[in-house]
Design a protein around this ligand. Structure first.
Ligand code: GKR
Ligand code: MG
Length: 443
């Protein structure tokens, strides 16, 4: 038997049955980044998922780690023993058996994540996605192929990311958490300085500013300063629904010539449709189109011209490709959203992005802000791009020592960091003791 024949025989004989699932919640450090709800906590919860097959092959995935996600992931993991890592469609069937405590669902607004209205289904999808990625990683390792090949194959060798600029403080209130060397950015000069470092360190060529923090005039000034400092570079502004339609239209008029797109200027599809009807600036969203049932109204009303995909809450890498196909059908652009995450998620984002023909924009990623990672070799951006890995599976390896340390941090936490709450974090700052998440639209 030739080596190739033996490999084929080995693969055919592989036992794909899941025999063990390991769930490891961790707390990863996060800088004091500001948004419409408040400020990031010093530490953010994430969940690392490992599925182990009967042959001892381990696949890894990552998703949100707040208590409400853990409460779903645990019973879901219990259902997986005996399931095949190749039965990806079966994950949703199993997840439907897991009950969601409705009291845990932030119905009006998604606390911390700013990903639109939360539902029990969306919580389930956010769990399925982490397991789907872990199964794909394991499957890729068994068959000796990269995850992108399991999705049909890469159509690009590198994936472009944008610099994700945030207004931020130099330190967390009371000097909590880890310190870094980025310094404060609370005005146009600070934002431009931050952008320069993103360019110098990572080579990003497009920029997204998280807005909704200061009155719109100040954020308009910051975008204009970026346009002047980086002429011709794509710029985006995202106040997470912080403005009324009227304010949004004024901002669109002021920034018409410089914005690549305006992201969620105003909350909800009807408001977005009103803005869309009054401006030529493309509107993007990761707040009003976040699930399949939300697509119809938004697309029929031409409320959005770009949807930000996110495999975490859309239900996985294959679901992301389905979303891409729907967007293609309707002539709606596709970009990619990000929350605080580590390298397992970035690997998954890069694999799926490499396979989607109509990913028309540089993807978002919080990764440069994350100094903690559970993988052995951090991803390196070159010219703002990541090279798509051709190694089996995701192409990342767990650093067990770091995983244990970050899990210990989660165990040692008194409970205050285990659930992301940007408003609670804001109240710890001097002068903001009475802060409440502002009702949207705020301006
Ligand atoms: O982490 O502050 C943040 C972001 O505002 C994030 O929560 C959003 O979901 O980045 C996201 C967005 O594009 O809206
Ligand atoms: Mg957004």
């Amino acid at each position: 038997m030739t080596t190739a024949e033996k490999n084929t025989a080995d693969r055919a004989a592989a036992d794909l049955t899941i025999t063990e699932v390991r769930l490891t919640p961790v707390l990863i450090s996060d800088p004091p980044l500001l948004n419409v709800q408040g400020v990031h906590q010093p530490y953010t919860p994430r969940l690392v998922i490992e599925v182990v097959t009967a042959d001892g092959v381990t696949g890894v995935g990552e998703t949100y780690g707040d208590t409400k996600y853990l409460e779903l992931a645990r019973p879901f993991a219990d259902l997986l023993a005996g399931h095949s890592i190749a039965d990806l469609n079966g994950l949703a069937i199993l997840a439907a058996q897991v009950g969601v405590d409705e009291a845990r669902v932030d119905n009006a607004v998604d606390v911390g994540g700013l990903r639109g209205v939360q539902t029990a289904d969306k919580l389930r999808l956010s769990i399925i996605s982490g397991f789907e990625v872990a199964c794909l990683d394991a499957l890729g390792k068994v068959y000796g192929v990269p995850v992108h090949e399991l999705l049909g194959g890469k159509i690009r060798d590198t994936v472009e990311y944008s610099a994700y600029l945030f207004y931020r403080w130099a330190e967390h209130p009371g000097g909590a958490g880890e310190s870094d060397t980025w310094g404060e950015a609370i005005d146009p000069a600070g934002v431009v300085e931050q952008a320069r470092r993103f360019v110098d360190d990572y080579g990003f060529t497009s920029f997204k500013l998280k807005g909704g923090v200061f009155p719109p005039a100040e954020e308009i000034a910051a975008i204009k300063a970026l346009a002047e400092a980086f002429p011709g570079h794509p710029l985006r502004l995202d106040p997470n629904g912080g403005w009324t339609p009227e304010t949004s239209l004024k901002v669109a008029e002021e920034l018409g010539g410089v914005l690549e797109y305006l992201e969620d200027p105003t909350p909800g599809t009807p408001n977005m449709a009103e803005v869309s009807a009054g401006t030529d600036v493309p509107l993007a969203t990761n707040m009003c189109v976040t699930t399949l049932p939300e697509i119809r109204e938004a697309f029929l009303k031409d409320a959005v011209q770009v949807v930000l995909s996110d495999h975490h809450y859309w239900g996985g890498l294959r679901a992301t490709r389905e979303l891409a196909a729907i967007c293609r059908t309707f002539g709606v652009g596709l970009s990619m959203h990000s929350n605080t995450h580590m390298g397992i998620s970035l690997a998954a984002m890069t694999h799926v992005a490499a396979t989607v023909p109509n990913l028309d924009y540089a993807c978002d990623s919080h990764y440069p802000w994350q100094t903690d990672d559970v993988i052995t070799a951090r991803h390196v951006f070159t010219d703002g791009r990541l090279t798509v890995s051709d190694a089996p599976g995701l192409g990342v390896e767990l650093n067990r020592e770091t995983l244990a340390r970050l899990h210990q941090r989660w165990l040692d936490d008194d409970g205050t960091m285990r659930d992301r709450d940007d408003a609670a974090a804001m109240r710890k700052a001097k002068g903001h003791e009475d802060w409440e998440t502002p009702a949207l639209p705020r301006w």
